[in-house]
Design a binder for this molecule. Sequence first.
Ligand code: ADP
Length: 266
Amino acid sequence: SSDIRLNLRLIPYSEDLWLVVARDVTKMMRLEQVRRDFVANVSHELRTPLTVVHGYLDMLDPQEHPEWAPMLSEMQLQSQRMTQLVEDLLTLSRLEAQEGIDSETVAMGSMLSTLRREAEALSQGRHVVTVEDAAGVDLRGSTKELHSAFSNLVSNAVRYTPAGGTIAIRLARDDDGLVLSVRDSGFGIPAAHLPRLTERFYRVSTSRSRESGGTGLGLAIVKHVLNLHHARLEIASEVGRGSLFSCHFGAERIEARDPTTSGAMP
Ligand code: ADP
């Protein structure tokens, strides 16, 4: 199209004069769009072949060739991983293309119990605690996207915490806003890595992260979802002691809780 995109900067010049600097970012944005479309198209095209491979793998009976069993289960694991990767890439492309976000009531009481159930299902010997210090308020936004962001944090907390550790999910008031935090008593993250953690495919330790079964896209998804809600992610961590991921929502995202929405999410 013939749209021109400009980035404007105002620079104070004298008491009542400002300089306007305009940078033409049309080309840059077009390239960015090409990159996004490319990733989205490739991911989409990979979906069908993966479904086919996955489907046939499921049909092979390891009992017919017991010597194939370890190979079959490895192939299944890897094809599941690839499927997850493709799904996460598609989620990211969808989030990147989005300019606004749904604005429905997000029932935070049920969100908390859903996250608790999910954490318990994954926990395998880790303790799960939920704390609700914000009764009476809900968020405005997209339940689906927020749930995917929060559950990424929860599954990370479980994956990077050894058995015997604790995962605590907490909902609390914060100044005039709301904060949902996920704390774990796990491996922790060296400070030098914190600023880059939400970049796609950024991982602290490749081997541990691979073993843990993630795609390296989880925190990038979290960040996008929070950005769309004008919320911010804070990360605090100490090696050997654990990590704290907190999502801070401003007052404009909060609404008084409707007592009829306190049931469980579907
Ligand atoms: P992954 O799929 O690799 O977990 P994420 O984007 O979710 O990708 O996380 C990026 C990296 O941040 C992870 O590979 C891991 O090194 C680190 N990380 C994320 N959450 C935690 C956590 N709770 N404790 C320790 N390290 C974490």
